[in-house]
Ligand binder design. Structure first.
Ligand SMILES: [Zn+2]
Length: 101
């Protein structure tokens, strides 16, 4: 009887260790996931660019509607803004559509 109780306690301790181990593993997974968020936002920009290609608005600034320069599109094909609006977004003068969404 006593032995069985001891046995039970030992198993419980092992279970607790397993849970802690799983928690560490899922934390590490989350860490890897959060490190990938920058890549994720880049991916949504590409997705947005593809949608804009389909809509026929690709190459137009999403803020002012003017044509984004060809050179800028060559360098940053997924950019949704012209250089003027991008600068305004970066300096906080206007709110970016993509960031607000
Ligand atoms: Zn613009």
């Amino acid at each position: 009887m006593l032995n069985a109780a001891k046995e039970g306690r030992r198993t419980m301790a092992e279970d607790t260790l397993d849970v802690a181990d799983q928690a560490v593993q899922s934390y590490q997974k989350e860490l890897i996931f959060s490190q990938g968020t920058e890549g994720h936002s880049q991916l949504s920009l590409v997705r947005l660019a593809l949608e804009r290609l389909r809509d026929g608005t690709f190459g137009e600034c999403m803020h002012c509607g003017k044509a984004i320069g060809e050179k800028r599109l060559d360098a940053l094909p997924s950019t949704p803004y012209c250089i003027e609006c991008q600068e305004k977004i970066e300096t906080g003068q206007i709110e970016g559509v993509v960031r607000a969404a």
